[in-house]
Design a protein around this ligand. Structure first.
Ligand SMILES: *Cc1c(COP(=O)(O)O)cnc(C)c1O
Length: 402
């Protein structure tokens, strides 16, 4: 019987969490324990013939880090395996992933459909670039299936959605919208940043492409920007997405890919703990005398709680808190916090809170804010890895001063 080479464990039989630790490894001839950081832009060849053949047999070996890099490939392969995707490309930021996933496919005269409740830059990349390049962009209420049905009655190239959305926490029915989109001929692109690959598996519900801001939970420790595009269709990845990316160059740096690769090892543990703490915090805030309303997918009071339960295995790490009052109360609460930090980032091991109306979403018009439910009394909380009781006590103290 052949002996196992312990340097190359067979990850195929392992459970998902173990694959986040061992997946995608390309061990070098030095047999290192920790994944090697190949901080290199280029690669050398033994001869002119070898260089020639590297370019003929495209992809058979590394030629330039804009196309592929061994450290970056380990990050891509590890997440691919976990997500159940067939192809991936890591990008310099989440927005580079959104841009690449959409505009590698769109051409003048095409049509894209998306919900109104989106992260501000996702909205810009659709609305502004569609106007510039002659693409018809149709925005719907993402929670209303009849609006999706009407918008997708015409042939459409791309459907883009976030679920839950940032920061409205609106939930889109992934199975129903994917079916409608496919009938209209569209590719379904899901921004899964809020749910994370731990709590929601869009490919199993019909998505064709999944993108992440890896800056958020995948790093989850505030160290670097990053993004990734994954697809279940290998051919589509290599024929449509890859040429656009390799020629336009939104490639992640090997160092950032290495940080994200290490981030994946603890992703499931972190997100599970943060999601459990978020539920504790949401339950505490619900019915609090100074709080008008808490929106959290894991609470029965979320308007789409049943849908959340049917497509997510946890409520996530993000809460929308509508205080009684307006901007003044929101600012006073922020300024009275002692541990939870004021920051517009999210998915971090540190709990972070922001006032979207005056920060992340301040550039929206009054109508756009209304459509995305961005109000002066809204705070967006990203629950971190601290003891949930410390988060509760910090919020309680800050709210008591109102
Ligand atoms: C943060 C975020 C992005 C953008 O990611 P960056 O890494 O900041 O470029 C895209 N979509 C959602 C839902 C986000 O929260």
């Amino acid at each position: 019987m052949a002996r196992t080479d312990h340097r190359n464990p067979n990850v195929a039989g392992l459970r998902p969490r173990s694959r986040l630790v061992h997946g995608g490894v390309r061990r070098s001839s030095f047999d290192e324990t920790c994944e090697a950081l190949y901080q290199t832009s280029g690669f050398v060849y033994g001869s002119a013939e070898e260089a020639e053949s590297a370019f003929v047999n495209d992809g058979s070996r590394h030629v330039y880090s804009r196309f592929r890099n061994p450290t970056t490939a380990m990050f891509e392969d590890r997440l691919c395996e976990y997500e159940g995707a067939a192809w991936a490309y890591a990008t310099t930021s989440g927005m580079a992933a959104v841009h690449g996933a959409l505009w590698s496919n769109l051409r003048t005269g095409d049509r894209i459909v998306a919900p109104r409740s989106l992260f501000i830059s996702c909205y810009w990349v659709i609305k502004e670039l569609s106007a510039r390049f002659g693409v018809e962009a149709v925005f719907v209420d993402g929670t209303d299936l009849s609006q999706w049905e009407e918008a997708l009655a015409k042939p459409t190239k791309v459907v883009f959605l976030e679920t839950p959305s940032n920061p409205g926490l609106e939930v889109v029915d992934l199975r129903a919208v994917s079916a409608l989109a496919h009938k209209a001929g569209a590719k379904v692109v899901v921004d899964n940043a809020f749910a994370t690959p731990v709590l929601q598996r869009p490919f199993e519900m019909g998505a064709d492409v999944v993108i992440y801001s890896a800056t958020k939970h995948i790093d989850g420790q505030g160290r670097c920007l990053g993004g990734i595009i994954l697809t279940s269709d290998k051919q589509y990845g290599s024929d449509v997405i890859h040429p656009y990316l390799r020629h336009t160059g939104p490639t992640i740096s090997p160092f950032n890919a290495w940080l994200l690769l290490k981030g994946l090892e603890t992703l499931e543990l972190r997100v599970s703990a943060q999601s459990a703490a978020a539920l504790t915090v949401a339950e505490f805030l619900e019915g609090h005398a100074k709080v008008e309303r808490v929106l959290y997918p894991g609470l029965a009071s979320h308007p789409q709680h049943d849908l959340c339960r049917s497509q997510m295995t946890g409520g996530g790490t993000m809460l929308s808190i509508f205080l009684k009052g307006g901007k003044e109360e929101a600012f006073r609460a922020l300024n009275d916090l002692r541990m939870v930090m004021i920051s517009n980032n999210l998915g971090d091991s540190k709990s972070l809170i922001t006032h979207p109306d005056t920060t992340t979403h301040s550039k929206l018009t009054v109508e756009e804010k209304a459509a995305a439910n961005i109000r002066p009394n809204l705070l967006r909380l990203s629950v971190g890895l601290e003891d949930a009781q410390d988060i509760v006590e910090d919020l309680d103290r800050a709210l008591a001063s109102l």
